[in-house]
Ligand binder design. Sequence first.
Ligand code: SF4
Length: 295
Amino acid sequence: MSILPLPSDPPPLFKDLLVEPEEARSILRPQKDERYGFGFALSPYRGCGHGCRYCYVREYPNALHGPGDWGGWVAPKLNAPELLWSQRHRLHAQRVFMASATDPYQPLERQYRLSRRCLEVLLLCPTTEVIVHTRSPLVLQDLDLLRAFGDRLSVGLSIPTDDDTVRQTVEPRAPAIPSRWAAAERLATAGIQVSIGVAPLMAVHDVQAFARRARSSGASSAWVGGLRLLKQDPFCKVLADHGWLKVLDPDYVKGIRQAFREVFPVRRRTPERPENAVAPPPPPIHQPGLFDRVG
Ligand code: SF4
């Protein structure tokens, strides 16, 4: 187990972020719907410093919190690794998705290292598979740890657009698109299975070049997921103001999906389970909520 000290005060880098460390009562959220392709979701934080403007989590009842709006507050679950260790008996032959409703490599992870310490626990569970899903190249700070999982772990990098000016509008606090491509390349070069998540799909500048870029990153698969919004969602106005309402058009999504199918023609196989696993092979990985996969 890591013995990295936890910060006693919110670090100055995050002075505009309300940081409210907490002791969580539970850490593994069961996912009973097999279509999702994982048995448990694990979120070391509540809230998300990336604060994407379309994020479906912001609609959750507890998303508005104190003086901060969505993206303006984060609650690190200080006891997440210890809680996970105490629950490790539940993880035999299970697949864990990390994380839902937050980004495990949001900026606070640089100081708190809760995702890392949870991964250290998961590494000690030899029949457990892990999907790490993030928008951030900060995941590279744990490259050696990720490699130690071998084919028990894959990393999904969310890249919803090829155009960083679009990203600056829809995900202004999240890392720039070129840095995500660079992260995908480094992970793939290190032998880690990478999937590109074009989700939720935003406006794309050059569809064919986008798909080729995903392929050349070394990713072994990609998936495209359309954005779904309620009509009264304020993000509709953002889309309308920028002329991007097309992202809600199913035909637009289909076109992007087809372009990715052409460069990722072979559907990814799920990794082999460890020999001592007793459960039957898991269903193909399916991302949660809004997304449909290709490749
Ligand atoms: S990174 Fe994910 S969880 Fe965080 S705000 Fe963006 S969409 Fe929501």
